[in-house]
Design a protein around this ligand. Structure first.
Ligand SMILES: Cc1ncc(COP(=O)(O)O)c(C=O)c1O
Ligand SMILES: [Zn+2]
Length: 413
């Protein structure tokens, strides 16, 4: 990493991008036909100490890539604090407590990070806040004379978070949604002044989600990829880490560090961020539903079914053969049905480094987890409780004296 120090490096091809460069969304070598590149923030500095502030985006601000970009370009820390408050002035460190009900049911200590009350009802705003703050910093620096629209393909928690943040700063946003999107959800997006586009499949569309095709068309025409997938926008992997830092600090303050964390995985950005923030001492288990488990399959091909383990670099080089799109994703946990784990490289690296691994939850576990979550007082959806489904699936392999964490995110609608 000596050639970067602080900046960006693609985990697939090694291309570097300087920290001071605006809009480092994608690896310069990512193309329309080969999007399997992802820039990661490289930071050789000792992690700056948290600031004494209840807002996680201020508290951990100096560790964030957007903040480092802003200050490298001569904004001050005070400028960064005021930009942060203008976007997420109401963000707070969310509760992280031992759940009596869940611990009693499982027979060991289960700690629950409850994100259901956060901005937009889930953790998704954390991924998007760092993108928006980078844009606002660039605008303040005179690097963005006009505001290009934000674009996102989603009809779930990410769309809601994106429209909520955009509305707060009056930034135009286009949300690309599937044709079958629920009308009630459309009304919520309308209320937030988002421009919603239903996306039927066009005769000349390549395979894949038509909403994603229209999102990519918009980005090619100049829109900002306001995405929660690292290969589309590396800055989303920045703010997501705040949640893991909150967990690590709360566990350290309580005097009993965590042993393992079970995280629901769709595109994989969330688990990548949590794994990064918690570091190698906390086993990361990526949880997928049996009806859509492309990451578990990639892990099997890359790690379990080999005489010698592939290095992270070799896995990255073979990603196109290891990450095979799942043919018919289905589960009640409908927010984690991404047919490809776009950020799977980050998740695999974090799992290997921490001694963790993937877990596939049966549909019965998915249903039972949401039930147990609700009994425990958490208003999580099936998607939001899917990390707990993984813990139910793995309960016989977790020693009784372990301290295990799950994240409830995504309020039931
Ligand atoms: C509540 C909730 N948890 C977890 C995830 C999974 O996040 P990722 O797609 O980054 O793996 C999602 C994705 O939509 C979600 O809505
Ligand atoms: Zn690259």
């Amino acid at each position: 990493m000596t050639d970067v120090g602080v900046g960006w490096r693609c985990v697939v091809c090694g291309t570097t991008v300087p920290l001071s460069e605006p809009f480092p969304w994608r690896c310069p070598r990512s193309t329309a036909t080969d999007r399997r590149h992802v820039l990661r923030f490289v930071d050789d500095r000792p992690p700056p100490r948290p600031l004494d502030d209840p807002n996680p985006f201020v508290r951990y601000g100096p560790r964030l890539a957007w903040w480092a970009f802003a200050t490298a370009n001569r904004l001050t820390d005070d400028d960064c604090v005021s930009l942060t408050r203008s976007v997420v002035g109401d963000a707070v460190v969310t509760p992280f407590c031992r759940s009596e009900v869940v611990s009693d049911e499982l027979g060991f200590d289960v700690w629950v990070k409850d994100e259901t009350g956060n901005v937009g009802g889930s953790h998704k705003f954390r991924h998007l806040t760092s993108i928006l703050l980078h844009l606002l910093a660039a605008e303040r620096l005179g690097l963005l004379p006009t505001r290009p629209p934000l674009a996102i393909a989603s009809c779930g928690n990410a769309a809601l978070a994106a429209a909520t943040l955009a509305a707060r700063v009056g930034w135009p946003i286009d949300v690309y949604v599937p044709e079958w999107m629920d009308d009630a959800f459309g009304v919520r997006l309308d209320e937030l002044a988002a421009r919603t586009h239903r996306c039927p499949r066009r005769p000349d569309d390549p395979p894949g989600d038509p909403a994603v095709h229209r999102f990519r068309d918009a980005v090619a025409a100049g829109a900002v990829p306001f995405s929660v997938q690292g290969p589309e926008n590396a800055l989303c992997l920045d703010g997501g880490r705040t949640l893991g830092w909150e967990m690590a600090d709360a566990a350290a303050a309580g005097g009993t560090p965590l042993d393992a964390v079970f995280v629901q995985v769709g595109g994989g950005a969330f688990a990548t961020c949590v794994g990064d923030a918690l570091g190698p001492s906390v086993r990361l288990h990526a949880v997928q539903a049996e009806g859509c488990a492309p990451l578990a399959r990639a892990w099997r091909l890359a790690v379990d079914e080999r005489d010698h383990e592939l290095s992270d670099h070799e896995i990255a080089a073979r990603w196109h053969e290891l990450m095979i799109p799942w043919p018919d994703p289905h589960s009640a946990a409908d927010g984690i049905l991404d047919d490809e784990t776009y950020d799977g490289l980050g998740v695999i690296t974090a799992m290997r480094r921490s001694g963790g691994g993937p877990i596939v939850a049966t549909e019965a576990h998915v249903l039972a987890a949401r039930d147990l979550a609700q009994r425990g007082g958490f208003r999580a959806s099936h998607t939001g409780a899917a990390g707990l489904a993984g813990l139910l699936a793995a309960r016989d392999h977790v020693p009784d004296d372990e301290r295990v964490a799950v994240v409830m995110s995504g309020v039931a609608r």
